[in-house]
Design a protein around this ligand. Sequence first.
Ligand code: ADP
Ligand code: MG
Length: 493
Amino acid sequence: MTIVDVRTPDPKKFIKGATGDWEIVIGMEVHAQVTSEAKLFSGASTEFGKDPNGNVSLVDAAMPGMLPVINEECVRQAIRTGLGLKAEINLKSVFDRKNYFYPDLPQGYQISQFKQPIVGEGKVLLDMPDEQVEIGVERLHLEQDAGKSLHDQHPTMSFVDLNRSGVALMEIVSKPDLRSSDEAKAYLTKLRTILRYLGTCDGNMDQGSMRADVNVSVRRPGGDFGTRCEIKNVNSIRFVGQAIEYEARRQVAILEDGGEIDQETRLFDAVKGETRSMRSKEEAHDYRYFPDPDLLPLEFTQEFVDDLSGHLPELPDDKKARFISDYGLTPYDADILVVEKASADFFEDVAKGRDAKLSANWVINELFGRLNKEGKELSESPVSAAQLGAIIDLIKAGTISGKIAKDLFEIVWTEGGDPAQIVEDRGMKQVTDLGAIEAIVDEILAANPDKVEQAKDKPNLVGWFVGQVMKASKGKANPQAVNDLLKQKIGLE
Ligand code: ADP
Ligand code: MG
């Protein structure tokens, strides 16, 4: 691959060394398990958490004479993913054998795609806090997963579980366009969001259905690319960030010391927060790639691709743009809402026919804030979109104040129920009756004659009086009415 540098060096991202600045360069290879009921070349189930070797067909176990048969659903999923990455779809691609020996690879080779992948160049847009960055995708190819070796079950024996053997993976290779650990984390997050919207991979890194190999090098800002190390199989977004920070500094220290970087494959030790050498880098020729004689080239028509393209769901970038233009949300709020499709849908349920900004505020600050605090998922929220909408309706109608609304939210969260009914039953209605408010205002003014005098020169003190009246009314007085009355009585109007 010829590498074209598309980025302008940004001093904010540099590592300061003793001999000057260094720029980090990162490229990622993400393995994403294709959402499909059956494996890539066999009919065995892909169900997670089955008993060891419970999902293994004769093909997955590489019994002599067994022949692979391509699963059309996996092909469709790979094309849909390519379309979601705005990538070129190759109407003809080829499966190759990548030869190596490992106990969890009974065939003695992995069926992958080497020179002619199913998907070519694409891109992923990142919305960083102060810039938008476009990260190039080099390619996406289909390949089989290997099985799993288990070494910690028995003191002297190892076991092999072939459930994962033959499961379809998409390997999505980025260009070396990332320049910081934050960008790398944002890239993985965005990629996962896109895959989840498309329904082509569940993106669950803790179950291994999305894994990242992280290539890291350092160089003088804008200079030639440096030698990279590849950190294998990092299984959380946070660890990707930590691995990059550690690895870049390790390389800078070596270079500043006059040393050279060995191109090698490394492992990330999450406990120590360090990367460790695993083996020297293997080269493509080590694998003796050749076209798999058991499989025909993969060919499909442009109509097939167009049909899939016509049925893609709304993707996160488009949804974000729509939330900004149709609902008037800030890019920041829109970003938070579109990360998960479920949150975007929840927001739209709440906002339907209501003040969108107020709805976004309540969904993000109150609901998400509360869910976060309790470590709950949106799907476990005790407050439904309909209930939250009803609370917002009560605020909008002036039935309750914003402050009482928070108490109401708390009640609905812990006890459930119909918000309007709760307000009725518990006497939480805002007092808009001017007579009642005036009585409280008069009482507070009479109790604080010196403050009233001060307020005549310092109008800011009105805020203090509003606070007192609100307290005395247990939060039920209409704050605007209180404010107006106070100004009038103190003589500020
Ligand atoms: P291989 O197949 O040998 O792993 P590739 O050329 O396909 O190598 O690149 C693999 C990954 O390494 C890609 O994501 C690419 O962006 C990244 N990469 C290539 N060169 C560098 C570099 N100098 N620094 C950081 N990442 C790099
Ligand atoms: Mg690689």
